[in-house]
Ligand binder design. Structure first.
Ligand SMILES: Cc1ncc(COP(=O)(O)O)c(C=O)c1O
Length: 473
């Protein structure tokens, strides 16, 4: 069997001259010498697109290239079973939670988790019992879920869901979470969307640490085409057939073989010399961190000052001590062509990956240091993002709220009502208010404040003037 079944098959398919009388509509004509109609408008963008069905594989999937590539991925990350996804870790979270959830049954979920968990709750009907990562006493940022968050849950939940790494790069002690979930004989899901690379570092990936299901975005930390992700699992507390059912429920019937092939190629590259590459980049990030730590007043998150492990490829800068405004720095970086992962007033998050050159990361450390210096202001106390400490009153399940009759009213007048919708600052994509939660003065203030400095997504009124609340009985 080939070690890169999808990449090889994709290359063969692209090199084969044919005139298919089936979809895709672009007929794979635009990668060929004689460009097709409207090539000036679509040629470059669809040129490499080969469908899985009738392209990379035949119409009946006789060669099972996708199954082979998924098995190779599972093997590489220490899982029993993996499925490739084209709906990102958003789809992965829906499939993972759906596998564990039951209608009206409580499930313990990290309230700082990504908005896609809300979609899983709407689809599955499960009732969230919120659990929280520890907050850093000075930085007020999440520094990992602790085992006690699992052991302290008093309800009879049917699973646990935690996010690691967090958006800012802080990593939970997944082994201790696994032990706590095992003691309760319930499955543990780790949203490792930001940490696909951790699966290729010894003892750092959620699968190798024993989580029951993990979700990783191949397009974030690794080399996959945008929107590619993988959900992986261990046999035991969850059944393959259930995960497969949820993946199949949420997926397209016309997947791009090209996109899948980028997952396959990424895995092969990481198996070949990915660990050495990761170590090289991590060393450069450590170098940049040391340089930035010399900037007076600047805190650069690391394993020591965070009090937990920090993703070795993340540069997370805490700015209050420098007086610099992170939103302005973020905009300046974007204009310079170095768009940051996220930028709020106090925090800048920069993502390095295996595609970066180590020399560039070191040079970028200098660029950043100079930028902070030239934007220096009066030091100020930290004003952390509200999303890291939302403690909502869940009045009805997200599913009940989603399907309720709704009425629109002014957001400012909605205190005491129950939200039918989500208000989600993006990034980091964690909802300030979600369907089924009581609207409070605090949530209204936080939404308005977030709207003044950035994008608050997924609410029905982009001006944030009004909200849809449920018609209460
Ligand atoms: C923690 C977390 N999980 C899941 C997702 C969803 O990932 P994707 O964009 O691959 O759908 C994100 C996206 O930012 C995220 O931050």
């Amino acid at each position: 069997m080939s070690r890169t079944p999808l990449v090889d098959a994709w290359r063969r398919a692209l090199a084969t001259k044919r005139r298919p009388m089936q979809v895709p509509g672009h007929k794979m004509r635009y990668a060929q010498d004689a460009p097709g109609w409207a090539a000036d408008l679509v040629g470059d963008t669809v040129g490499g697109d080969v469908p899985l069905q009738g392209g990379v594989d035949d119409n009946a999937f006789t060669n099972k290239y996708l199954d082979q590539a998924e098995a190779l991925w599972a093997d590489a990350v220490g899982a029993d079973h993996s499925r490739f996804l084209l709906g990102g870790s958003s789809q992965g979270n829906i499939a993972a939670l759906g596998t564990v959830a039951d209608i009206d049954v409580p499930i313990a979920i990290d309230r700082t988790s990504h908005r896609s968990t809300q979609a899983a709750l709407v689809i599955s009907g499960a009732r969230p019992v919120w659990i929280y990562p520890r907050l850093h006493p000075d930085f007020h940022l999440p520094i990992g879920m602790e085992a006690s968050s699992i052991t302290d849950v008093t309800e009879d939940v049917n699973g646990f869901f935690a996010t690691s790494p967090s958006y800012i790069g802080t990593i939970s002690d997944v082994a201790s979470l696994v032990a706590a979930a095992r003691a309760r004989k319930q499955p543990l899901i780790i949203d490792q969307a930001w940490g696909a690379h951790l699966d290729f570092l010894p003892g750092m990936g959620a699968m190798s640490l024993g989580a029951d299901i993990s979700v990783t975005s191949v397009h974030k930390a690794l080399l996959g085409y945008s929107s590619t992700a993988v959900v992986s699992m261990h046999d035991g507390l969850v059944a393959r057939t259930t995960l497969d059912r949820w993946v199949d429920l949420t997926t397209t019937t016309s997947p791009s073989g090209t996109l899948f092939a980028t997952i396959d190629g990424t895995r092969a590259a990481m198996e070949r010399d990915g660990q050495a590459r990761l170590e090289l980049i991590a060393e450069a990030v450590a170098d940049a961190r040391r340089r930035l730590a010399r900037v007076s007043g600047l805190v650069v998150l690391d394993d020591v000052n965070a009090g937990c492990r920090v993703d070795p490829l993340k540069l997370t800068l805490l700015l209050p001590g420098t007086g610099a405004d992170g939103v302005a720095l973020g905009a300046a970086l974007f204009d310079m062509g170095h768009g940051p992962e996220s930028a709020d007033r106090d925090t800048l998050v920069l993502t390095a990956t295996v595609a970066d050159e180590p020399e560039w990361i070191i040079e970028f450390g200098e660029v950043l240091a100079a930028l902070v210096e030239s934007n220096r202001g009066e030091p100020r106390p930290a004003s952390p993002l509200a999303v890291w400490r939302v403690e909502p009153e869940v009045v009805v399940t997200p599913r009940q709220a989603f399907f309720s009759d709704r009425r629109r009213m002014r957001l400012a007048d909605a205190v005491g009502e129950v939200s039918a919708e989500q208000f989600c600052p993006y990034p980091p994509g964690v909802p300030l208010l979600a369907p089924g939660e009581r609207v409070t003065q605090e949530s209204v203030d936080a939404i308005i404040a977030a709207g003044k400095v950035g994008r608050v997504a997924y609410s029905s009124d982009p001006t944030l003037e009004t909200i849809e609340v449920i018609e209460q009985l």
